[in-house]
Design a binder for this molecule. Structure first.
Ligand code: ARG
Length: 467
């Protein structure tokens, strides 16, 4: 398509057998440097470990290893200082770093790639990167859980309506509701921990696919890079991206949890609910409607699952059906993971900030909890307990009482004893003791129930767990 002069496009890394350089569009589709430069720190770290091992094994000289070490530090500081000459014709971060190393230290740079391939190099770099992300997400999740715990502690006995089908069901507490998310984010935390542990094996030294004839020490590089062990099969080491798939899968689950909480905040902050007030820091106004306070951050958190799950589906689709070992398809792994990781970190940070600045409107929640016949189940339970009715009959009697209250336009506690006895003669005035929302939540003492004592016990357990 485009003729380009051979001398500045034939690749110096592998151009030996090539008479012409790549087409410009070939270069565009092939290059990953536009995004995989984010792996620079992991790439240099991996190369340093590899060079040190080569010297320790007598495969390269100590002098060369020292030159490589120094040179890599120079390259690192150039990249970090923003004055590294990234070049698209050098395809990716691995060749950009190595080519620059050659400019900086000359001939010894050519010895770095002994007993190694870009295939095990990229697998190593990317594992290190995803592992770092797991650590970052774990920290962010812990911060979010702490904020949810603080909300739960403040409102351990604040009554709010609990919903099923988004219809008033039974009273619960604000603390109980917050602790539900603590449990969810807690499982996310353990999933990221599990994923990290499973991915923590070193591909380095698998070389192109079959291992190498050089007397390398994969245990040494594995240890230097903080891995638990070298991966046991060189084909697997360069071929699989299950660690990235697992990171994306776990991120998707976490993003679902974030999305559900975000949705609740959107609903709760509406004029119709007013269960919570978002601080100005996390709201936006409208350019036309002066009264508006929009929960944009919550809405965007609610939406982030779209791209995170999208990235997950994209990488699953790339990996499906790929024959062993490395194929260039796998270069498509990085942008998906980068975008998902960035989105998740931003969503976690925004949720943490929003939740910590959030005010729950205790009075408003309690008023809402008292409406909608939320203690009907307590009434039915009372009929079972005090009058010995079978639960099904008690359910029926209570249903009639709810219908009566609805007809009279009042709540259950506002019915008179006469009203009650008209439906079931055995009812006594003791029934009024169970119709209040505070009695209702206090009575739900079953393990994991909404009673403030139970909620406080769970808060204590989580605080100890995080300490
Ligand atoms: N940029 C490549 C990637 O991300 C590095 C590995 C290239 N390996 C190869 N055999 N061409 O997958």
């Amino acid at each position: 398509m485009t003729d380009r002069p051979q001398q500045d496009s034939a690749n110096s890394m592998w151009g030996g057998r090539f008479a012409a350089g790549p087409d410009a569009i070939m270069e565009a589709i092939n290059a990953s440097i536009g995004f995989d430069r984010r792996l620079y720190a992991q790439d240099i770290r991996g190369s340093r470990a590899h060079a040190a091992m080569l010297a320790a094994q007598g495969i390269i000289s100590d002098t060369d290893a020292e030159a490589i070490r120094e040179g890599l530090l120079t390259v690192l500081s150039e990249i970090e200082g923003g004055n590294f000459p990234f070049r698209t014709e050098l395809e990716d971060i691995h060749m950009n770093v190595e080519a620059r190393l050659k400019e900086v230290i000359g001939e010894p740079a050519g010895r770095l790639h002994t007993g190694r391939s870009r295939n095990d190099q990229v697998a190593t770099d990317f594992r290190l990167w995803v592992r770092d992300q797991c650590d970052a997400v774990i920290e962010a999740l812990q911060a979010l859980i702490r904020v949810a715990l603080a909300q739960a502690e403040a409102g351990a006995d604040w009554v709010m309506p609990g919903f099923t089908h988004l219809q008033t069901a039974q009273p619960v507490t604000w603390g109980h509701h917050m602790m539900a998310y603590v449990e969810m984010f807690g499982r996310d935390l353990s999933r990221f921990g599990d994923a990290r542990k499973r991915m923590n094996e070193s591909p380095l030294g698998a070389a192109a696919l079959a291992g190498t004839g050089y007397p390398i020490d994969r245990h040494a590089t594995s240890q230097a890079l903080g891995f638990d062990a070298p991966m046991a099969n060189s084909l697997d080491a360069v071929s699989d991206r299950d660690f990235a798939l697992e990171f994306l899968s776990v991120s998707s689950i976490c993003a679902v949890h974030l999305s559900r909480l975000a949705e609740e905040l959107v609903i709760w902050s509406s004029a119709q609910f007013r269960f919570v007030s978002m601080s100005d820091k996390w709201s936006t106004g409208s350019s036309i409607m002066p009264q508006k306070r929009n929960p944009d951050a919550a809405e965007l958190i609610r939406a982030k699952i779209g791209r995170i799950l999208g990235a997950t589906v994209a990488l699953f689709t790339v990996m499906k059906g790929l024959p062993l070992a490395y194929s260039k398809d796998m270069q498509e792994d990085k942008e998906q993971v980068f975008d998902a990781a960035d989105s998740l970190m931003l969503a976690l940070a925004a949720m943490t900030g929003m939740l910590s600045d959030l005010t729950a409107n205790r009075d408003r929640m309690e008023a809402a909890a008292s409406a909608g016949f939320s203690t009907a189940t307590d009434l039915a339970d009372w009929l079972v307990r005090e009058l010995g009715l079978p639960f099904r009959d008690a359910h029926h009697v209570t249903g009639s009482l709810v219908a009566l209250a609805e007809k009279k336009g009042c709540d259950l506690p506002d019915l008179t004893l006469d009203d009650m006895q008209g439906v079931h003669a055995g009812i006594t005035d003791k029934v009024f003791g169970v119709l209040g929302v505070h009695n209702s939540v206090a009575s739900r003492q079953s393990y994991g129930g909404t009673a403030p004592d139970q909620v406080r016990a769970q808060i204590t357990r989580w605080k100890e767990k995080l300490a």
